[in-house]
Design a protein around this ligand. Structure first.
Ligand code: PMP
Length: 349
């Protein structure tokens, strides 16, 4: 029988994203780190005002309207920004441009599982280096590998920790390959690594509108790097990778910083509250700089809790990976959702 697929694709495990229940179902969804609040009213108004003429024509290929708005907010030139169909697409574009069989892709684990999937897709060599128990970055080991691409998620998922900027700078200055600093959750952190792109031509910062801006369904992410790095990425991206609707709505959303900051403040306050509640239940809770918490129940019953909550229409994330076996990742919801979750867990213990 013909084998349709390349050997590396045949050997790949499928990437399994969090469960996405049907629209309208009465589920409390705390499994994909979505923002529990609606998008900015200005973004929704922009959506209402989409002109049919913009849809008749192909969109502007580089998302210039969004790049201009983001450049004002972030204080970087607009030609240092690449826009994509979610930040996942930017990660994919980096991989398509920079990796091939025989090149190494390296990252500390546990982290975002997509890095492995993308590496396997390219048939490049996966090099995974474990974090220490207390999530210290294995800097020397990462530098020793000097991959074609090094991925660091900061804040990281599922741990929620931020990588110290001194560690990131050591990597930036000593790696010859591309250092991708994935800041998908940066809106919930106190520090960011954006300044590094100005000093290092091998650094790329990745951001998204899926988390802080409540626009996961819109699919808009972006990368920031010096033009020398971006020009190679532009060669391999799809010609029209961001549609006219996404570009328009995202532009309105990123311009409305006050609304995003207010949502983020509410989520951080809920994060503090939920941390206390879990600690009172005797759970170990990792300090989070994101919109989720990594927790370890006291009685090693993470899988049981995940399953029982699911039966009650409360979705959280259980990672059956070595080293993560007994932990749960729980997105911060509204205070009302968080309370329902805590009460459900109390009833199950
Ligand atoms: N990076 C990390 C670390 C993430 O957790 C996610 C969300 N699953 C992404 C990137 C991708 O986000 P998006 O494609 O929605 O921008």
């Amino acid at each position: 029988m013909t084998n349709f697929f390349r050997a590396n694709v045949d050997a790949m495990a499928s990437y399994v994203p969090g469960e996405q229940p049907k629209r309208g179902s009465q589920v409390i969804k705390l499994n994909s780190n979505e923002n529990p609040y609606p998008p900015s009213p200005k973004a929704l108004a922009a959506l209402q005002n989409i002109d049919g003429e913009w849809l008749r024509r192909y969109p502007e290929p580089f998302g210039d309207q969004f790049r201009h708005a983001a450049s004002q907010v972030l204080k970087v030139p607009s030609d240092w920004i690449i826009v994509g169909n979610g930040s996942d697409e930017i990660l994919n574009v980096v991989m398509r441009a920079c990796t091939e069989p025989g090149r190494k892709v390296v990252y500390p684990t546990p982290t975002y599982v997509l890095y492995r999937t993308l590496t396997e897709m390219q048939a490049a060599d996966v090099v995974e280096i474990p974090y220490t128990q207390d999530y210290q970055l294995p800097v020397a080991e990462l530098i020793a590998v000097d991959g074609a691409v090094t991925f660091i998620a900061s804040p990281n998922s599922p741990s929620g920790h931020v990588v110290p900027s001194a560690d990131l700078e050591k990597l930036a200055s000593q790696l010859s390959g591309v250092l991708v600093i994935d800041e998908a959750y940066v809106d919930f952190a106190e520090a960011d690594a954006l300044a590094l792109v100005k000093d290092y031509e091998n650094v790329m910062i990745i951001r998204t509108l899926s988390k802080g801006y409540s626009l996961a369904g819109l699919r808009l992410g972006f990368g920031i790097a010096q033009p020398k790095l971006l020009q190679g990425l532009f060669k391999v991206k799809d010609s029209y990778n961001i549609d006219a609707i996404a570009c328009t709505v995202a532009t309105a959303a990123i311009t409305d910083q006050a609304y995003k900051n207010a949502c983020v403040a509410k989520i951080k306050a809920s994060r503090t509250q939920l941390t206390k509640e879990f600690q009172q239940l005797g759970f170990q809770v990792w300090e989070s700089h994101t919109n989720f918490l990594l927790v370890q129940p006291s009685q090693q019953n993470a899988a049981y809790l995940y399953q029982k909550l699911k039966e009650q229409q409360i979705l959280i994330r259980y990672f059956p990976h070595p080293g993560l076996l007994d932990k749960l990742r729980i997105t911060i919801g509204t205070d009302e959702q968080n309370q329902i979750l805590v009460n459900a867990i109390k009833a199950l213990l």
